[in-house]
Design a protein around this ligand. Structure first.
Ligand SMILES: *[C@@H]1O[C@H](CO)[C@@H](O)[C@H](O)[C@H]1NC(C)=O
Ligand SMILES: *[C@@H]1O[C@H](CO)[C@@H](O)[C@H](O)[C@H]1NC(C)=O
Ligand SMILES: *[C@@H]1O[C@H](CO)[C@@H](O)[C@H](O)[C@H]1NC(C)=O
Length: 370
């Protein structure tokens, strides 16, 4: 008798536990779909014949899920996309679209389309021979979209994409660094195109790209602006700057584009019914880390942890023959171009919970719950 009551109670307890767990799951983020460049690439370039690769040591040395082996991420640990997904309650990192395991139910947690060297414009990143630009990344999402229809049925799928999924877009830096500002390939373009007209082109293309995602049922967006690309160790090294100086032109271009991006996102939120576009102010966030690095526990914001050449180890990309710093979490920059995991953690926290100086008109945790 005693055991019978217990088993009944235990069954009831178990059922309520399962229901609670399911309710908790329902409150969590469904999927994150990640678009962009090397700042958020989680391994797509491993599957491309390209000169832009990060699946070489010591990249990934602090990435626990791979035991410190390189994964194709352009940093020592997690990217901002990884950290945001974890914080919003996702059990798995979004799988790279080109990886063999981006099939079946795994895609319900999200897919990562980002590619080192990729940009808004198709011509961006040509120097790397191969990379996925935004147009191609969105074509790939169109494939995923149909797979989700098959997995959930069209009506549930539409709900899942529009209500329980966040679309993050981190792109634009390469359009300057590996297109407009590139001495060899863009001399023609730079002579024939003013910064105004180039930024115009970027905004026009991005408007089309975000609208296409909306047509595929995306509703919750977060779009990062371009960071202070004149302050990365690469730019500081080749321009032989002092520790606390940044190169003016790249930063000026970024600021110009960022102003237009903010307007574009407000325009899209107004014009596309049911949509919310967040503006992630990566520029001011990274500038704050660079300016007040000691306040955040860093010992340097100018020298790359992994790299070689010049006063900031900023010329040769990170690889097996590079020198590597001993205190990786004390460097804002992991390599000549990309932030360290320690910097990514701080940046992600501000995007998740920060105020409108850094993420507007609301933060990511609020976006998840609308
Ligand atoms: C997919 O494969 C990648 C690398 O091959 C691995 O890091 C990741 O954990 C796998 N993800 C899932 C959800 O199976
Ligand atoms: C960019 O390339 C994609 C795929 O190759 C193509 O569909 C698209 O039309 C191109 N966009 C422009 C503006 O040329
Ligand atoms: C998605 O793909 C289909 C073809 O399978 C095409 O008709 C449609 O225009 C595409 N949608 C977008 C928004 O690119």
């Amino acid at each position: 008798m005693g055991t019978k009551i217990c088993s009944l109670i235990c069954v009831l307890w178990f059922i309520s536990f399962v229901l609670l767990a399911k309710a908790a799951d329902d409150k969590g983020l469904g999927a994150s779909f990640i678009f962009g460049d090397s700042l958020v690439d989680a391994g797509n370039n491993n599957y491309l014949p390209t000169l832009s690769k990060a699946n070489i040591r010591p990249n990934g040395i602090d990435f626990k899920a791979s035991g410190g082996n390189p994964t194709g991420r352009y940093t020592n640990g997690r990217t901002i996309g990884d950290i945001v997904g974890q914080e919003l309650g996702q059990p798995n990192f979004a799988v790279p679209f080109l990886a063999p395991n981006s099939t079946g139910k795994a895609i319900l947690y999200g897919v990562n389309y980002a590619s080192g060297g990729g940009g808004i414009l198709n011509a961006t990143g040509r120097i790397f021979v191969n990379r996925l630009g935004m147009d191609v990344q969105i074509e790939y999402f169109n494939i995923t979209r149909k797979q989700i229809d098959k997995l959930l049925g069209p009506s549930k799928a539409k709900d899942y994409i529009s209500k329980k999924s966040i679309f993050s877009i981190t792109v634009g830096a390469n359009d300057f660094l590996n297109n407009y500002l590139l001495p060899v390939l863009s001399i023609g373009a730079r002579i024939s195109q003013s910064p105004d007209s180039f930024v115009d082109d970027m905004i026009k293309h991005l408007r089309g790209q975000l609208t296409r995602l909306y047509q595929l049922d995306a509703r919750k967006f977060v779009v990062g602006n371009v960071g202070p690309i004149g302050c990365i160790p690469y730019q500081k090294t080749i321009n032989q700057l002092k520790q606390d100086q940044c190169v003016e032109l790249p930063n000026k271009l970024a600021v110009q584009y960022n102003g237009r991006l903010k307007d574009l996102l407000a325009e899209l939120t107004d014009n596309l019914p049911g949509s919310t576009f967040l503006y992630a102010n990566v520029y001011d966030l990274v500038m704050e880390l660079i300016t007040n690095y000691d306040k955040y526990g860093f010992s340097t914001a100018s020298r790359a942890c992994c790299g070689n050449g010049g006063q900031f180890a900023g010329i040769v990309p990170c690889g097996p023959t590079s020198s590597m710093c001993s205190d990786r979490s004390a460097h804002v920059f992991w390599d000549p171009y990309h932030p360290s995991e320690a910097a990514n953690v701080l940046l992600a926290k501000k995007l998740l919970d920060g105020d409108t100086r850094y993420i507007s008109p609301m933060n990511l945790r609020q976006l998840k719950d609308i």
